[in-house]
Design a protein around this ligand. Sequence first.
Ligand code: DC
Length: 222
Amino acid sequence: MSRPVPVIAIDGPSASGKGTVASRVAAALGFHLLDSGALYRLTAVAAMRAGIPLDDEAALERVSAGLDVRFADGQTWLAGDEVSDAMRSEAASVGASRVAVHGGVRSALLDRQRAFRQPPGLVADGRDMGSVVFPDARLKVFLTASVEVRAERRYKQLIEKGLSANLESLSQDLRERDERDSRRAHAPLVQLPDAIALDTSSMSVDAAVRFVLDAWEKAKVG
Ligand code: DC
């Protein structure tokens, strides 16, 4: 019997660097990349644009099921609008964490995420890649960093993009999102027993990428 397309699941809290690490690992291996947070962010942006309250689960489920998304050349398009920066704003980050608590939204996005599993392999980053979306992932990594380090990273990212940012409020937002993402009833962020933990607080991106690639070398032969 042929083996299933391999998946590397990288889960962890907001701004832990998983997006950057995941895309570098995918590029190094020639694998596809799934940024699952983007789908929750896009659901939030689409809902906010349509004036849909972020606690209206039935309406949000319809929004996520019908998302008209295009990812191309490092840019993201939502219903024909280029939203690459808008979806990274703090409003979209907080909105994504709020829409993600709804089980209906999560189920509506499941098939769309699994469709990214194509040969020769997939690197998927998010909160529930290893627990719900790809429980049979060949390698599971739980990537984290302290709140202070994560707030500083987010601050730099926003400033570099010319967006306004405040370190205090970013830390506060991150704490609240950690709390919401870990305490929710559906697919909470958890460190799985079969995941390898990696704390990147005092680690460079290069070192984190190397760590995951080394772990993959061992996992793929197992
Ligand atoms: O990874 P990110 O910061 O782009 O994710 C934004 C929000 O989306 C996050 O606060 C929680 C939600 N999310 C989720 O619930 N499950 C995922 N697999 C990915 C993101």
